[in-house]
Structure formats: C-alpha cells, structure tokens
Design a protein around this ligand. Structure first.
Ligand SMILES: [Zn+2]
Length: 345
C-alpha cells in the first residue's frame, strides 16, 4: 500500500482538505480542536433521551412508525435491525435503486428484509435521468463547497432523491419518522434528529435546483421536489432521525451484528462502500476536482473516536479499483477531459 499524499499524522485528512493546517508534529487543526472541546457526548446523551421519548409517544399510532432509507449497505442494514429489534418500531423499508447497486447488495436487501419480516418498497427512477444527473453532478459545480467536504457530488445527488422520495411516502402514509443510516462524521451533530421543514428546505436548495433544472429540465422537480398541492395539505412533518449516531460500533462489530440476517459483504465495490458500484468513480471525480477524498472527514472522525485505525482508514481510501472507475465512465459517457482539475491555490 503506497500513499504519496501528505496527511495529518493522527487522522487521514490531507493537505488539500479545505482550511487544513498542520502543526510542527504534522497534526491537523481538526484533530487539535477535537481534543480541546468535544461536546459530542453530552449532545448524544440528550439526543438519546429525546429520540426514545418521541418513539414512545408515536409508536403504534400509524400504519408504520418509521420509513427506513435502506441502501443495502452495512450502516443502513444495522439501522434497520436496530429500528425493528431495539426500538420495536413497525417499519417500512425503502430502497432507491440508482442503477449501480451491486448485485450482492440487492440480494442483501432481499435477505435482510425477509429475515426481519418487514414490508419493503423499491423506487427505480428512469436510468436515463439518473445517468444525466450523475453526469452533470460530475462535470459542473452543483452543490456548495461546504456540503462537498462530507460527501461527493454524485452521492449527494442520489441522497437528495432518497430523502425526497422518503418524505413523499412519509407524508402520503402519515409516517411520523424517517430513519437513515448516517453516522457522525458524515453528518453534523445537529442532524442526528430534526423535524423536516419543507419551506426552509426548498429555500435552501433553490440555487441547486435552478442549476439542475437548467441542465436537466423539469424532471428534476419530480425526483427532487414535492408539489405545492401536496405540501399545502401537510399538517405535521415527519422527524428525520439517524439512530446509528447514538451507537459506537467498529466496522467489525457492525458486520458481526448483521451477518446473522444473511448479509454478505459485496466484493465488487470500493473500500469506502458496501453497496454502490458508482462510488469509486464518485471518489475519483471528487479527488480530481478538489484534491482530496470525500471520505477523509468521516474516516478521520472514526479514527478520533477509536472506532477505526489510521491504517484501516488509509486502506479504505486507497482501495479504489480502476476497473470500477472505467466502467462508470463508460456507462455515463464521460471522458477524462470533461472533469475539471484541481489546482493548488
Ligand atoms: Zn488530523
């Protein structure tokens, strides 16, 4: 394993990560700040209490207590298991089939929902639209730079459709909770749980939606928006919750929890994904455009929490199979020359 990138000596943040500074020992400012003031524990304790109170209050009132956004990856598989077994929620599991799900991940979805005995729905948007969405997200600047420190543009495009579709189902079926499998590092502390506010969401996404509509047409609103007619009738919005943020599992512990459900690690994905065959390409685009991996922040957070070794994190970052990158470029009809190149400032 050869890593030629200059990185923090404690975590894996690299020299091109926005606003990074290294001290004389090579330790980054993010690691130093984390050591001095970590309010994470008290925030998580408070969130744990608030979330179990909300579940207690709403459980059993609607057809489903929660819709769980289920990608088939290891984190959302554990989320689904916890929702059913630990929190005793009646769940509807929901998968967005983006056209790049690993065949093994699809089998995992089937096995896991069968093992848990729950209802499941899949939404498969048009392949043509998804290809075009990924293509423009790769080539143009669609999202703000701060969002892109945590996630690649293509993952963000996909997750926007996941979130929007889950919200539509939740509104339609009066489901009080939307559960997702994000962990801290992928999302900030204040996103562990929050009530959807569609008006605010719409306003904050306006410039993104305008850019996407210019490039892809009005279909964008079908996949990433909700009509005013539906919104006008909403009496109360669901609460979005990421219950995995309340847990502290190593990757091995997560896998050990979900193996009994029939979950098998897919072999045709990169080191940072356990379900998506587009991910290596997404990472490649991000590194080409911005000079660092979209997984550095998340993996560094796990290292600081002692849930992952620096060595394991590096292994994940460097396990980016070229054949998967080429396969995605061919499928999306993108060639190297269309990707903007990162320049050191
Ligand atoms: Zn660091």
């Amino acid at each position: 394993m050869h890593d030629s990138t200059k990185r923090c000596t404690c975590c894996v943040l690299s020299e091109n990560f926005p606003k990074i500074e290294f001290d004389e020992k090579g330790v980054c400012n993010f690691c130093r700040e984390e050591l001095y003031h970590s309010t994470e524990k008290s925030y998580i304790d408070e969130a744990t209490r608030a979330i179990s109170e909300m579940f207690e209050k709403e459980r059993g009132k609607a057809e489903y207590d929660a819709i769980v956004c289920y990608s088939g990856g290891k984190d959302s598989t554990l989320t689904l298991k916890l929702a059913v077994e630990k929190y005793k929620l009646k769940v509807l599991s929901f998968t967005l089939e983006n056209g790049f799900t690993s065949p093994e991940a699809n089998k995992n979805i089937e096995r896991v929902v069968a093992a848990l005995g729950i209802d499941h729905i899949t939404f498969r948007p048009s392949k043509k639209f998804m290809r075009e969405l990924y293509k423009v997200s790769s080539i143009y600047e669609i999202y703000n730079k701060k969002t892109l420190t945590r996630i690649s543009a293509n993952c963000n495009s996909c997750i926007s459709i996941v979130n929007n579709t889950a919200l539509k189902y939740a509104i339609e079926k009066n489901i009080p909770f939307i559960l997702s499998g994000f962990t801290l590092g992928q999302i900030p502390l204040n996103a562990i749980y929050y009530k959807t506010n569609y008006a605010f969401l719409k306003e904050s996404r306006q410039s993104t939606m305008d850019k996407l509509t210019d490039l892809l047409g009005d279909d964008v609103h079908k996949y990433m928006g909700i009509s005013d007619r539906v919104i006008e009738q909403v009496k109360t919005y669901p609460v979005n919750i990421n219950i995995l943020c309340l847990e502290s599992h190593t990757e091995k512990e997560i896998v050990d929890e979900i193996l009994p459900l029939g979950w098998v690690p897919p072999k045709d994905v990169d080191g940072c994904s356990s379900n998506c065959r587009l991910n290596a390409f997404n990472n490649y685009v991000h590194e080409t455009k911005y000079g660092y991996s979209p997984y550095e922040l998340e993996l560094s957070h796990l290292i600081r929490k002692n849930l992952l070794s620096r060595e394991e994190a590096l292994h994940k970052l460097l396990d980016q199979p070229m054949d998967q990158i080429r396969y995605a470029m061919k499928d999306l009809h993108i060639d190297e020359s269309q990707l903007p190149r990162f320049k050191v400032q």
